[in-house]
Design a binder for this molecule. Sequence first.
Ligand code: ATR
Length: 289
Amino acid sequence: MEMINGKTRTCGLIGNPVEHTMSPAIHNTLAEKCGHNLVYVPFFVEERQVADAVKGAYALNILGLNVTVPYKSEVIKSLVEVDELAAKIGAVNTLVRTQGGYKGYNTDMSGLQRAMESEGIRIEGEEIILLGAGGASRAVAYLCASKKAKKVYMLNRTFDKAQKVAEEVNKAFGCEIIVPMLLSDYPKLPDGKFLTIQGTSVGLAPNDNEAVIEDTAFYQKVHTGFDLVYRPFTTRFMKLVKEAGGQAYNGLKMLLYQGVNAYELWNQVEISDKEADAVYAKLKEEMGL
Ligand code: ATR
């Protein structure tokens, strides 16, 4: 970071809690690499103070904000505009300063897409298995539909939740892309090899030795496994994918690119994958790797 002076611009993160965030590492590293006079700081925001926080941030000339749990939906009513995909998902994680207020985006999803692209993984035309139907998996279902996946088998422990998400996404896109299934019905999946996105909270540290499906037969259906979890760095799901001969990735690049995409929106610059790699190294360092 340059010396903070009268021209320094501020960006930050609002959430509750915010202490464990790695976003400052992403944005302050990018500012340094780009030679921008910008600082990024965490802002702890109390429940019921989100609207005040956004209004205050605007009054303070804050350039941009990230929004994390639990405010990604609630913040929408404080915005002047919302990007189309973010509006469909009903969740935003990035606010960009515009005339009269902030515009909301969902760079969690554009970041996931970019992370997958950077690894050579396609969504368009693919048949995909999506594990989970919570907030994260629901957003992934929207991304897959918007990027024209051929089919998404959404498997969840609670079938009703998968069914509800499937109905909602299919309706939003006027298609029948999302097929809800009960998690334990995985033996009924069609033959073939699939890109499989792991969107449940199973396997998240400290429960490192858990995977949402243990059966090795299931992993024969996986050519590429993408776990949204990045703590631990190699999840049990990833190990099972690799043992069955597939390629496996964790969610750290998704975190990286949600930040990179937000930074690009705030500063109207393009960050190359090579520049992003330097930030990725910094994130691994933050994780003690
Ligand atoms: P997030 O916002 O991170 O997606 P969430 O909305 O609480 O978190 O969703 C958690 C997901 O993990 C859900 O799909 C949940 O399945 P249910 O809808 O049946 O609860 C899934 N999940 C959590 N613990 C699980 C477990 N032990 N076995 C299978 N699925 C589990």
